[in-house]
Design a protein around this ligand. Structure first.
Ligand code: 5GP
Ligand code: MG
Length: 173
């Protein structure tokens, strides 16, 4: 059994403030396309992309799953939806919700590289550095957090909690 922490780890105002500065960093990079990893990053992607607000910036969504209904990664990453997206010679910004073991980002960057983009940079809302099992660092990070399972602001546990505006820790009871 799990329950939400008593107070949010990051409230809406803290998220807003960080996104504002992150968007300025991203704006300076002149990306051609954002590739957003569903489903966890849907809110982050919407909020950050409208702050970048560049008329020629395209957006596309791909799916990567490794978790099922567990809070522990199952290691193998399934990727879908990349086939239909024009990536060749484009400056790609890959956006995910959270960098945990690093398996997902590593697998995605490897797959995308084979499609010959002009460049690939990665951006995650949350980074759990202590959980890393592969040597991987995102180019842009919203917040560094401790090794806790978090939900809200797009992130789920068994598909619940995604629509909460804040980021919460899920605690075992
Ligand atoms: P990695 O492959 O880096 O271990 O895991 C990345 C994926 O696992 C993320 O895209 C996210 O879907 C999921 N994940 C990792 N940590 C958490 C967490 O604390 N909360 C939630 N909801 N998902 C997580
Ligand atoms: Mg994910």
């Amino acid at each position: 059994m799990y329950q939400l922490s008593k107070a949010p780890l990051l409230n809406a105002q803290q998220i807003d403030k960080r996104l504002e500065s992150l968007a300025q960093e991203l704006k300076a990079c002149d990306f051609d396309i954002i590739l957003s990893v569903l489903t966890g990053s849907y809110i982050f992607t919407a909020d950050i992309s409208r702050r970048i607000a560049c008329p020629n910036l395209q957006i596309a969504f791909i799916k990567a799953s490794s978790y099922g209904n567990s809070t522990e990664s199952q290691g193998k990453v399934q990727i879908s939806g990349i086939e239909k997206i024009e990536i060749k010679n484009k400056r790609v910004l890959l956006i995910d919700d959270i960098l945990d073991t690093g398996n997902t980002m590593c697998a995605l960057v490897k797959t995308l590289t084979e499609l010959n983009p002009a460049s690939i940079k990665t951006c995650v809302l949350l980074n759990k550095e202590s959980r890393r099992t592969v040597d991987y660092h995102a180019d842009f990070v919203g917040f560094d957090i401790e090794n806790k399972f978090v939900v809200g602001y797009g992130l789920d546990y068994a598909n619940d909690y995604r629509t909460l505006p804040e980021i919460w820790t899920l605690e075992e009871v």
